[in-house]
Design a protein around this ligand. Structure first.
Ligand code: HEM
Length: 199
């Protein structure tokens, strides 16, 4: 999600990324919808910790936003809407350039505040859903080895058997992703919990 939203490699698999750690902590300190322990209501540390981790996330995303604005190429601001890759952060900066009619206008506090909240929403809404869906797909494919084989055959047909080349092939031709009807059906099937594609 770091790539999709902030065009940043958060390296969460190999490092303790400040944004990812604060994110998880903020979720941990978020009161659950159903209070199991009524005393939880009186946990006065909770709002302080929640505020603390929210603030850490805001500072991190604001820094990324400022760097993105400083390192932007003004012509990018006019074309970002047209380029294939649209990290949410570029779409937001392009939106501001269009709103102000000046690609060199530094985003003001109100706009930054709104963008930071949107970026957090995307990070939240996109990471748990995607990882849960992937884990569930792996679980079901493990249960259906013949379907896993069918999926692997499709992937091998499109990308070849040398997986180290897959990322480069996709960079060279992103449309290859549209040549995987079975893979797409497996993903969609999972999401709507219809086993039809696997039975
Ligand atoms: C397999 C992955 C995903 C699933 C199953 C999923 C599912 C959903 C569902 C069911 C909702 C509606 C929630 C509701 O109305 O209460 C929703 C909303 C949303 N999702 Fe996803 N989502 C996925 C991935 C993503 C990703 C990758 C992003 C961001 C890049 C994202 C961003 C959002 C946002 C921003 C909303 C709120 C939309 C609104 O209220 O206007 N989702 N998602």
């Amino acid at each position: 999600m770091g790539h999709v939203v902030l065009d940043t490699d958060l390296q969460t698999q190999t490092t303790k990324n400040e944004l990812a750690v604060s994110f998880r902590k903020a979720v941990e300190w978020t009161p659950s919808a159903v209070l199991i322990n009524p005393l939880d209501k009186f946990n006065f540390v909770r709002p302080i910790m929640h505020w603390y981790y929210q603030r850490k996330m805001n500072i991190y995303i604001e820094r990324v936003l400022d760097e993105r604005f400083e390192n932007r190429d003004a012509s990018d601001m006019n074309t970002a809407g047209k380029s294939k890759r649209k990290p949410a952060i570029d779409v937001a900066l392009q939106e501001y350039a269009e709103l102000t009619g000046n690609p060199n206008q530094k985003p003001d506090g109100a706009f930054k505040g709104m963008v930071i909240d949107q970026m957090k929403t995307f990070l939240f809404a996109g990471h748990d859903t995607s990882s849960t869906t992937m884990s569930y797909i792996y679980y079901l494919l493990e249960q259906h080895p013949e379907k896993l084989k069918k999926l692997q055959n499709e992937l091998d047909d499109v990308f070849g058997t040398d997986i180290t080349r897959t990322a480069n092939l996709l960079m060279e031709d992103p449309n290859l992703i549209n040549k995987l009807p079975y893979c797409l059906a497996v993903i969609k099937g999972k999401i709507i919990k219809s086993y039809s594609i696997l039975l």
